[in-house]
Design a protein around this ligand. Structure first.
Ligand code: COS
Length: 384
């Protein structure tokens, strides 16, 4: 759903210009220093990028899902690290509060997330629990007006920057699966919260992940999301339904950028006395990429509109994440191939993008988890 086309066009133009004029020129610096320059972060705050998806009553722009994916197509046409910094506040870091938080919790945290004053992280994965999220072992034991949290969370995006964490922990040790899990907001300064060393990653330099360790960390009971125990796994799944659609849109933006770079290179690069773009084998790679990007874009817009219509889009979100992330990987591979030897050296952005986009097929649920969700939903629906 697009609320006002003119307002949206202004936002999309602003994003497109910001990406082109400020972010693309800073890509190499971010890759080399593993940091996003402070002046760029400040500009991101000024434009309102941290609050794109936070509802307007809490200080954000309150983008609908359709508006959000259109914005994500633009934001993703540069290094994914930039998107990653604003991604948790707009997505997995804030959505638990937005979908299931109490009014008081929303009022307390969301305005600071919308302004970018506070960074939010989503802490689900653990050393022993990744795809099998319901087997998580971090515990939260009730003690008066507090919960005492113990456990380790792994690969937590923006953990080094975060001021708050949405933490999924087991409040009922007798219930082994999803039903024993609750979701909490834990503030970084709480005694017993430790952030591990930054992970050394294959790509996405400038986007940071780390362990988050809880040692007898006393979290106020008021920070139990929604004030209800045992529904934290469902909160996490709802957050991921939306997150998967967002990542799908990011895959499209990144693929569009890689294809633009590959097309430009193919037009400029001469071999056998003519631009390589004139060769049909190169054209096949360009055309396949274009068609696949268009397919992903169309399905994402359809799923986004359905979500805005309040339909359950668990299956569609997984279809989008499965197709768009795999498509993005294929486009990256072809774009390197079109660049030939130049695609393998870091002088060209494609070498970096090839490594950066590999993560899309893994986080917020691997390709295999998306297949499993789709098939399970199909079988369940057939049995009703
Ligand atoms: N929305 C709302 N509720 C959902 C849901 C969704 N999308 N998906 C599942 N649930 C509910 C189920 O209805 C079930 O509730 P009931 O017990 O009341 O029926 C409960 O959650 C447990 O669901 P399920 O039985 O399907 O859980 P499983 O343990 O079988 O796991 C998968 C489901 C594998 C899909 C889940 O663990 C998953 O998504 N894993 C990947 C995790 C991930 O993406 N990690 C990335 C890290 S975060 S960046």
């Amino acid at each position: 759903m697009i609320r006002d086309q003119e307002t949206l066009n202004v936002l999309l133009d602003t994003l497109s210009r910001f990406v082109r004029e400020r972010l693309v020129p800073a890509e190499n610096e971010v890759a080399e220093t593993d940091e996003i320059p402070a002046d760029i972060v400040a500009e991101m705050r000024d434009i309102g990028l941290f609050g794109l998806c936070v509802p307007e009553e809490y200080g954000g722009l309150g983008l609908t899902m359709e508006e959000e994916v259109l914005a994500a197509f633009e934001i993703a046409k540069t290094s994914p690290a930039f998107r990653s910094l604003i991604g948790t506040n707009n997505g997995i870091g804030s959505q638990g509060l937005i979908v299931d938080g109490t009014e008081e919790q929303k009022r307390h945290y969301l305005p600071k997330l919308a302004s970018g004053e506070l960074i939010a992280s989503f802490a689900l994965t653990e050393p022993g629990s990744g795809s099998d999220a319901a087997s998580l072992r971090t515990s939260a034991r009730r003690d008066g007006d507090f919960y005492v949290v113990n456990g380790t969370k792994r690969f937590i995006t923006n953990a080094p920057e975060a001021g708050i964490f949405t933490v999924m922990a087991r409040t009922n040790p007798d219930v082994k699966g999803a039903g024993g899990i609750s979701a909490f907001i834990v503030e970084k300064g709480t005694p017993g919260v430790h952030i591990g060393k930054r992970d050394k990653k294959m790509g996405q330099k400038g986007a940071h992940t780390a362990d988050v360790i809880f040692e007898n960390c006393r979290v106020p009971a008021a920070n139990l999301i929604g004030g209800k125990e045992g529904v934290g796994f469902k909160t996490a799944m709802k957050v991921l339904d939306k997150g998967r659609l967002h990542i799908s849109a990011i895959c499209v933006g990144a693929a569009e950028r890689m294809l633009e770079d590959a097309l430009r290179y193919a037009i400029e690069r001469q071999q056998f006395g003519q631009p390589i773009a004139e060769f049909q084998l190169i054209q096949a790679m360009l055309a396949d990429s274009k068609a696949e990007i268009y397919a992903a874009r169309s399905m994402i817009l359809d799923a986004a509109r359905r979500r805005d219509n309040k339909e359950d889009i668990s299956t569609e979100a997984s279809c989008c994440k499965l197709f768009a992330s795999e498509m993005c990987g294929r486009v990256a591979d072809r774009a390197v191939q079109i660049h030939g030897g130049a695609g393998y050296v870091s002088e060209y952005a494609i070498e970096r993008f090839y490594r950066d986009v590999r993560l899309f097929r893994i986080y917020e649920g691997t390709t295999q988890i998306q297949q499993l969700v789709i098939a399970r939903n199909m079988i369940r629906n057939a049995q009703v």
